[in-house]
Design a protein. Structure first.
Length: 92
Protein backbone atom coordinates (compact mmCIF):
# COMPACT_ATOMS: atom_id res chain seq x y z
CA UNK A 1 0.00 0.00 0.00
CA UNK A 2 1.34 3.44 -0.95
CA UNK A 3 1.82 6.32 1.45
CA UNK A 4 -0.67 9.10 0.73
CA UNK A 5 0.15 12.79 0.67
CA UNK A 6 -1.79 13.34 3.92
CA UNK A 7 0.11 10.52 5.64
CA UNK A 8 3.39 12.03 4.48
CA UNK A 9 2.36 15.46 5.76
CA UNK A 10 1.50 13.97 9.17
CA UNK A 11 4.82 12.07 9.41
CA UNK A 12 6.88 15.10 8.38
CA UNK A 13 5.00 17.30 10.85
CA UNK A 14 5.71 14.83 13.66
CA UNK A 15 9.37 14.33 12.67
CA UNK A 16 10.27 18.02 12.63
CA UNK A 17 7.80 19.19 15.30
CA UNK A 18 5.74 21.52 13.13
CA UNK A 19 2.04 21.85 12.41
CA UNK A 20 0.46 19.81 9.63
CA UNK A 21 -0.39 23.06 7.85
CA UNK A 22 3.29 24.10 7.83
CA UNK A 23 4.39 20.62 6.72
CA UNK A 24 1.84 20.71 3.88
CA UNK A 25 3.23 24.07 2.73
CA UNK A 26 6.79 22.70 2.74
CA UNK A 27 5.88 19.52 0.85
CA UNK A 28 3.87 21.44 -1.76
CA UNK A 29 6.68 23.96 -2.24
CA UNK A 30 9.16 21.10 -2.65
CA UNK A 31 6.91 19.37 -5.20
CA UNK A 32 6.46 22.61 -7.15
CA UNK A 33 10.24 23.16 -7.17
CA UNK A 34 10.93 19.65 -8.51
CA UNK A 35 8.28 20.04 -11.24
CA UNK A 36 9.50 23.49 -12.32
CA UNK A 37 13.09 22.22 -12.50
CA UNK A 38 12.04 19.20 -14.60
CA UNK A 39 10.06 21.49 -16.93
CA UNK A 40 13.36 23.22 -17.71
CA UNK A 41 14.71 19.74 -18.54
CA UNK A 42 17.23 19.89 -15.71
CA UNK A 43 17.98 16.98 -13.37
CA UNK A 44 16.99 16.99 -9.71
CA UNK A 45 19.60 15.16 -7.62
CA UNK A 46 18.58 14.19 -4.11
CA UNK A 47 21.68 13.03 -2.25
CA UNK A 48 21.06 9.60 -0.76
CA UNK A 49 17.73 9.11 -2.58
CA UNK A 50 18.16 9.35 -6.36
CA UNK A 51 17.88 11.47 -9.49
CA UNK A 52 14.80 12.73 -11.35
CA UNK A 53 15.43 13.46 -15.03
CA UNK A 54 13.45 14.14 -18.22
CA UNK A 55 14.25 11.72 -21.04
CA UNK A 56 13.19 11.68 -24.68
CA UNK A 57 11.44 8.49 -25.75
CA UNK A 58 11.71 7.76 -29.48
CA UNK A 59 8.70 7.08 -31.71
CA UNK A 60 8.07 3.37 -32.11
CA UNK A 61 5.70 0.81 -33.52
CA UNK A 62 3.32 -0.84 -31.07
CA UNK A 63 0.41 -3.21 -31.15
CA UNK A 64 -3.16 -2.66 -30.01
CA UNK A 65 -3.70 -5.47 -27.47
CA UNK A 66 -7.42 -5.75 -28.20
CA UNK A 67 -7.31 -5.88 -32.00
CA UNK A 68 -3.71 -6.85 -32.68
CA UNK A 69 -3.45 -3.95 -35.14
CA UNK A 70 -0.07 -2.24 -35.54
CA UNK A 71 -0.03 1.37 -34.35
CA UNK A 72 2.54 4.15 -34.42
CA UNK A 73 3.41 5.45 -30.95
CA UNK A 74 4.71 9.04 -31.17
CA UNK A 75 7.90 10.33 -29.56
CA UNK A 76 7.44 11.94 -26.17
CA UNK A 77 9.22 13.13 -23.05
CA UNK A 78 9.00 11.09 -19.86
CA UNK A 79 10.17 11.62 -16.30
CA UNK A 80 12.54 8.93 -15.02
CA UNK A 81 13.79 8.30 -11.49
CA UNK A 82 17.07 6.49 -10.83
CA UNK A 83 17.43 5.20 -7.28
CA UNK A 84 20.72 5.81 -5.47
CA UNK A 85 23.01 2.93 -4.46
CA UNK A 86 22.41 3.87 -0.82
CA UNK A 87 18.66 3.30 -1.13
CA UNK A 88 19.17 0.05 -3.05
CA UNK A 89 21.39 -1.38 -0.33
CA UNK A 90 19.01 -0.35 2.47
CA UNK A 91 15.78 -1.45 0.77
CA UNK A 92 16.64 -4.33 -1.53
Amino acid sequence: MAMTKNEMIAKVADAVKMSKKEAKTVIEAYTDLVISTLKKEKKVKLQGLGIFAVKNRKARVGRNPMTGATIQIPAKKVVKFRVSKEVKTKVL
